[in-house]
Design a protein around this ligand. Structure first.
Ligand code: ITT
Length: 207
């Protein structure tokens, strides 16, 4: 694979990696995980964009701008519950590790307000610049965990506009039609396309 079609995704989350690979492969871009021994220390902030920007700066310094690759990518995501004014939001990874999906379902037991929203910010370092793409997906927390696909909160999240299945009951391609990540990755693809940066277009430089 041509290195100039490869984006290094600095993430510890294999679910995110797999979804990015599928979404960008259709566009001729290869996504590779960048392996590092220690997790990048995330700053504490209530703003996903701020966290993603900080992660990107750290990722680029670890990867050393990787001039032989097309870009370096990071993502910060969160799960925001209506009942708890957005919590866990930026604390979603910690809450998932500690409470898990069953814990979330227990705290919402008997609660009618089950609205939730996934948000993510993807940051990419490309042509010496940092660029960010956001995506969000509204839905409901299911009453029970359902499905085996996906990762994280997928078994308890039913996106609006779907057929009532949770993300974990969908294929990766189906999930991306609705998902925060699918929408942010589409913006990223459009960005490259607008700049004729697709691998078949000889890599025109950014104007
Ligand atoms: P990084 O190494 O990329 O930071 P992470 O798993 O720590 O990976 P985040 O902090 O961005 O990722 O994610 C916050 C939490 O939200 C974490 O528990 C994820 O599993 C979960 N999450 C993010 N996107 C999700 C999705 O599409 N479906 C289900 N859960 C998701």
């Amino acid at each position: 694979m041509d290195e100039k079609t490869t984006i290094l995704f600095v993430t510890s989350n294999l679910g995110k990696l797999s979804e990015a690979k599928i979404a960008l492969k259709q566009f001729g871009l290869n996504v590779e995980a960048f392996q590092f021994n220690e997790e990048i220390q995330e700053i504490q902030s209530s703003d996903l964009h701020f966290v993603a920007a900080d992660k990107l700066t750290k990722a680029v310094s670890i990867v050393k701008a990787s001039s032989d690759k097309l870009g370096v990518m990071v993502e910060d995501a969160g799960f925001f519950l209506e009942e708890y004014s957005g919590f866990p939001g930026v604390y979603s990874a910690y809450v998932h590790k500690t409470l898990g999906n069953q814990g979330i379902l227990r705290t919402l037991n008997g609660v009618e307000k089950r609205g939730a929203i996934f948000r993510c910010v993807i940051g990419i370092y490309f042509n010496g610049r940092e660029i960010f793409f956001e995506g969000s997906c509204k839905g409901q927390v299911s009453k029970k965990a359902k499905g085996k696909n996906g990762f994280g909160y997928d078994p308890i999240f039913i996106p609006d506009g779907g057929d009532g299945r949770t993300f974990a009951e969908m294929t990766s391609e189906e999930k991306q039609i609705f998902s925060h990540r699918g929408k942010a990755l589409k913006k990223l693809r459009d960005y490259f396309e607008e700049r004729n940066q697709s691998p078949t277009s000889n890599h025109g430089s950014e104007s």
